[in-house]
Structures are given as C-alpha cells and as structure tokens.
Design a protein around this ligand. Structure first.
Ligand code: SF4
Ligand SMILES: [Zn+2]
Ligand SMILES: [Zn+2]
Length: 308
C-alpha cells in the first residue's frame, strides 16, 4: 500500500476516499477535511474566538488540536458529568492536553455547581442517562460560551455520529430535529452559534489522528452508554459502509446539501417563540427551562414511604 499523495509506504487506508496515506499525508488529509468544513459552511473566521467542547475523548481532543494547527483561536470547555471514575479519568486527559500545550481550559462541574450528576438525573427521570446528559451538556456549553464571550461553540461530532443521528431522525421522521441537524446552527438571542467541524472525518480517522499526533485520550466508553440507541444505528451504517464504501458520507452530505433546508423553516419559527427561563434566563418555550426542571427533579429529596 502506497501513500496516494507522496507514494511513500502508507500507514492507513481510507476506503471512503479509495486512498491510503503515509503519516504526514494523513495528518494533512485530516487538516484539509476540517479546513474545508470550516470554510465551505462559513463556520467561523480566524478572528473569531472558538470554544471547543472537550470531553477527553478522541474526537474533541483531535478537534481542538486540528483547529489550533490550522491557526484558529480555540479554547476548551470540559464539563464534569459526575459519572464516577469515567468522569475523573476523562477530565485528566482534557487537563493534561491543555497543560501540555499551554491552552485555556474552562471547567464546569455538574455536581459541584448544580448539585447533581448524570446518574442522579437518569434515576430521577427514569429514562436512559444519555437524554439527561445531552440536555445538560447542551445547556451548559451554551451558557458557558455566552458567559465567556465566545463567538462560536465547536463540538467533536464526526461523520459516524452525524450519520447515525440523521438515520435515527429519518426513521422516526423527527422533522424538528431534522431542521436543526446541520454543520452550523446560527446564533439567535440567548444561543451561541454551534458548529461541527469534524463532519468530513470518520471515527476511525479520529482515533488514528490522535495516535499519529501523540494525543492521549480516554479509550474506555462511558459506562452509561449502553442505553444509547445511536450505537445500534452506527452498527447498521457500518455494515452498509462495508458493502458500499462512501454510503455514510453520501447519506449525510446529501441531506446537508439537498434535504436540510426543507425542514429548517419550522425550526426558525420554533426559536422565535421562546422567552427567558424564570430561574436561569436561558431561552425556553415554558416558564422554566428543561435544564432547571431537570435540576429540580434530580436534586429533590427522595420521598420516604412511611412503614406500616
Ligand atoms: S454515553 Fe450518554 S451518559 Fe455517557 S457521556 Fe455520552 S451522552 Fe453522556
Ligand atoms: Zn505521503
Ligand atoms: Zn433555566
């Protein structure tokens, strides 16, 4: 196997591109994919301040590294989710990367600052933990980006993640979610702009990027991931991709280019009907936002039934 770009011995193949690369050319390939995503979708300019949502995993650390290498002003934000040892370890990877590269990492601790972690939230809602976790992360990422004056929030969702979310939304015709699923979600009153610069890179490419670039990341899966329905959707897409490389990219990019706008209008009118949460000020369709009501449920004293 030879590198497509320089003909040196290759270290990785990317079947979707029908190409193999040596180490230097693979790193160049990753940078090019991110550069293209940022420029094609006008995610941000070099003058804007980017806040990267950093989990300590491969995608978010690779994203932070790639943005810095491309010359963007990118700081990190780590949220401690209170998931026992997993959270302790993932926080260490995020802090170590920031310290080794002299970067600013903001931190929010869900339990320390709001009195609950994801396990308590899941128990209070009696739902799969990922729902409460995702809700908390979206709320805290947005409020931290606004509080610290960043122009844009970047998340490490990759091609595999986005294709799986899209498949889930299509299978249930979740038109509201389809309207919001785009590499760029523009800013609105109370909402910072949100972007996904890794949509042109797959999970395997992100792991390879970290290994070749010498970035240490948490390899273990979150122990609460078992109830995450996207894992099943990823398996389905991987088997389609095996039979026909390029399927995932065609599915996702076809939607972004030709499908998304058909669903976007409804989303914009949804957003214009919001008002400030009476507890925290975040935009919400109700009196109290979803995060504050989750917090109230997760921190409520457990009722003890009187014994007979
Ligand atoms: S797997 Fe679920 S619970 Fe774990 S970090 Fe991801 S969204 Fe949160
Ligand atoms: Zn090469
Ligand atoms: Zn609120």
């Amino acid at each position: 196997m030879k590198c497509r770009r320089c003909k040196a011995p290759a270290v990785i193949d990317v079947r979707r591109h029908n190409a193999a690369f040596c180490q230097d050319c693979f790193l160049h390939h990753c940078r090019e994919q991110v550069r293209r995503s940022v420029e094609d979708h006008r995610m941000f300019s070099p003058q804007e301040r980017v806040l990267v949502a950093v989990s300590g995993g491969k995608d978010s650390l690779a994203l932070w590294d790639l943005l810095r290498t491309l010359g963007y002003q990118a700081d990190g934000l780590y949220i401690g989710l209170g998931i026992g040892e997993y959270s302790d370890t993932s926080g260490t990877f995020a802090r170590d990367y920031a310290a080794a590269n002299g970067l600013t990492l903001h931190e929010v601790d869900l339990r320390g600052e709001f009195g609950f972690g994801v396990p308590e939230a899941a128990a209070a809602t009696r739902r799969a933990p990922c729902g409460a976790c995702g809700l908390s992360k979206r709320h805290l990422f947005n409020s931290a980006a606004l509080e610290h004056g960043y122009d844009v929030l970047a998340t490490g969702h990759n091609l595999d993640d986005e294709a799986a979310v899209l498949l889930g939304n299509v299978l249930r015709w979740e038109t509201g979610y389809l309207g919001r699923q785009h590499p760029v979600l523009p800013a609105a009153p109370g909402f910072v702009r949100k972007v996904k610069p890794l949509i042109r890179l797959g999970e395997r490419e992100m792991a390879a990027y970290c290994v070749l670039q010498g970035i240490d990341y948490i390899v273990e899966e979150c122990p609460m991931a078992a109830g995450n329905r996207h894992l099943g959707l990823k398996e389905v897409l991987n088997s389609l991709e095996d039979r026909s490389p390029g399927t995932k990219a065609a599915f996702l990019f076809g939607f972004v280019e030709r499908g998304h706008e058909r669903f976007a209008e409804a989303t914009e009118s949804d957003r214009s009907a919001l008002r400030p949460c009476t507890s925290c000020g975040a935009p919400t369709p109700a009196e109290i936002c979803a995060f504050c009501s989750l917090r109230a449920r997760a921190t409520a004293p457990v009722a003890v039934r009187p014994s007979r």
